[in-house]
Design a protein around this ligand. Structure first.
Ligand code: GRF
Length: 195
């Protein structure tokens, strides 16, 4: 990646649904001294509620039809190039990026996952944590590699699971910490990568 001293980092956020992490990142991008500029949002779902945040904040967005994954990814790569995107943040994006896409994009891709990785990759993380009577759950921000939820961990935060927690209450607790964790992880990542 080209050095970005004194320059904003062009970020694209990929979403599929609610978009609460997208909103936290938009808010973070607005604070003084924030180095990130969110200039492109990609959604595979035209009903994604997160698109409302794009509209409200006048951020460019594209809805990409994923019925043909290969074509969808090529289209996204074109949008990314056109907007000179330096970093992708996946925030509840429910499609798995192909290794071809990751290779072609060349710049880093981050993801936020609702578990303490490497525990519980994939879906239904809260259900698994409760079923296994874990004492803690949490969230992880990691680099995206072709292997699902397995890239280098940037930052994690834990929450305690109480005996009264259900899948729903735990999901709520974890989501709350995600909103702080993602911006903090990005900051840490940018410092470490010396941008
Ligand atoms: C979050 O729990 C995130 O960790 C996971 O998907 C959920 C997205 O929520 N990858 P939101 O769309 O950001 O509200």
């Amino acid at each position: 990646m080209e050095k970005l001293i004194g320059k904003n980092l062009n970020v694209s956020i990929f979403i599929s649904g609610r978009g609460s992490n997208l909103l936290s990142l938009i808010n973070y991008s607005k604070i003084k001294n924030s180095k990130i500029k969110i200039n492109l949002i990609i959604s595979n779902n035209k009903f994604s509620r997160g698109l409302e945040f794009a509209k409200k904040n006048k951020i460019k967005y594209h809805i990409v039809n994923y019925s043909k994954k290969n074509q969808a990814e090529l289209k996204i790569l074109r949008y990314l190039r056109k907007n000179k995107i330096d970093l992708i943040c996946l925030a509840g994006f429910m499609k798995i990026l192909s290794s071809n896409f990751i290779k072609k994009f060349k710049n880093p891709i981050l993801n936020i996952h609702p578990s303490i990785l490497p525990r519980y990759k994939g879906l239904n993380t809260h259900m698994k944590a409760i079923k296994n009577k874990d004492k803690f759950s949490g969230a992880t921000v990691h680099l995206v590699t072709p292997k699902l939820d397995s890239g280098k961990i940037i930052l994690q935060k834990k929450v305690r699971i109480s005996k009264y927690d259900t899948e729903k209450t735990l999901a709520k607790k974890v989501l709350k910490i995600e909103h702080k964790l993602y911006p903090t992880a990005i900051e840490k990542f940018l410092k470490k990568s010396n941008l």
